[in-house]
Design a binder for this molecule. Structure first.
Ligand code: KG4
Ligand code: ZN
Length: 337
């Protein structure tokens, strides 16, 4: 089953060609023009997807030795959540391609797709599992009873962790999006030199709050704190909160596995802390490589493959629309019911 998956929910244009859950080819184009504006400009992001997407698809088809879309069985695209204009580009392209080729289309939920990067691999997830999804737009904990039953335990009450990383990086002159740059700066700093509060520290509370932390970082910066020390303290505070709450839930659920997903999982200290804490508890950790932590189309393709394994006839209607937000208690890879 050949799947052509498209992801355009924010500022990364990504395409993947899969055979079931296995990647044949994949490409990600990260837009550069937003940094001078200090954040993603939605219209620029949409226009960039429009310009870049057809070329990425052609590249992939050529690399896979295919001269048309005829060899594709199913077209899948992220339907939401994300920036509506950006989503509409990938979604509309995918639906039009499916219609023109006379093939099926599947609309995919972006949040579920982040977790589904771990689906269908040689090393299989054992359930129940505790999952952390932490990106630029979301910070949530889930209980996974199976791939079909992913239940929300709690989320951030304000900013997402990635958003807090990006705003603190911007504040300290590390550019935008600066999560990765702050991670590098933190390696040269001493967290002990900068004291930040730990918001909502109770590990048993499966919720987060990062906006106060961001403000505390701003006050320290304005008071003359060293950039690297501030970065190190900020990173350690966020990582401690994410890991302690995830481990608490893993123990409470008597989890057999721990899943991590989303752009912030590229953070070096977070990866190290997750490895250490899971090893100490003999929990099997599923950590995506850095390229598949941030937005990519392979995760969208695997989510589509999972839907098709359960129901080989599955398809979304061509009226499937983009959605900006997800609010629910049960996460499904199906983006267009
Ligand atoms: O999953 P993703 O690519 O997009 C969303 O769905 O939001 O996540 C992007 C987020 C950004 O906030 C970015 O700064 C953050 O992931 N990020 C990092 C690192 N690499 C990316 N945050 C902390 N440390 C990193 N190394
Ligand atoms: Zn994402």
């Amino acid at each position: 089953m050949r799947i052509l998956a498209v992801e355009t929910s924010c500022d990364d244009t990504a395409v993947a060609l899969l055979d079931g859950c296995s990647a044949i080819e994949e490409r990600v184009f990260t837009q550069q023009g937003h940094s001078k504006h200090g954040g993603v400009v939605p219209e620029l992001a949409s226009r960039s997807h429009m310009r870049i997407l057809p070329g990425l698809v052609s590249d992939i088809l050529i690399a896979a030795g295919m001269d048309s879309l005829e060899g594709i069985d199913v077209f899948a695209a992220t339907a939401g959540p994300g920036l509506t204009g950006s989503l509409l580009v990938g979604l509309t392209w995918s639906k039009a391609a499916a219609w023109a080729a006379g093939k099926r289309f599947l609309g995919i939920n972006h949040l579920a797709a982040h977790l589904y990067i771990h689906y269908g691999q040689k090393r299989q997830v054992a359930f129940p599992a505790a999952a952390l999804l932490v990106s630029g737009g979301h910070t949530s904990l889930f209980r996974m009873n199976s791939w079909q039953e992913i239940l929300l335990l709690g989320s951030t009450r304000d900013d997402a962790a990635g958003e807090a990383f990006d705003k603190t990086a911007k504040l300290t002159g590390l550019g935008y999006p600066g999560g990765a740059a702050l991670d590098v700066a933190a390696d040269s700093g001493n967290p002990e030199n900068c004291s930040l509060p730990s918001p909502m520290p109770d590990p048993s509370l499966p919720e987060f709050s990062f906006s106060g932390l961001k403000t505390a970082a701003k006050l320290l910066w304005e008071g003359g704190a060293d950039r690297n020390d501030l970065a190190a303290s900020f990173r350690r505070t966020v990582v401690d909160l994410l890991v302690s709450k995830l481990m608490y839930q893993a123990e409470k659920l008597e989890a057999k596995s721990v899943l991590a997903a989303g752009g912030v999982i590229a953070n070096s200290l977070l990866r190290k802390a997750l490895r250490q804490e899971c090893a100490a508890r003999k929990l099997e950790l599923f950590l995506p490589d850095k390229e598949h932590s941030t937005d990519n189309a392979l995760m969208v393709g695997r989510a589509a493959a999972a839907i098709l394994e359960r129901n080989p006839e599955a398809s979304s209607p061509l009226s499937c629309n983009a959605f900006a937000r997800w609010s629910g208690s049960r996460l499904s890879p199906v983006g267009c019911p």
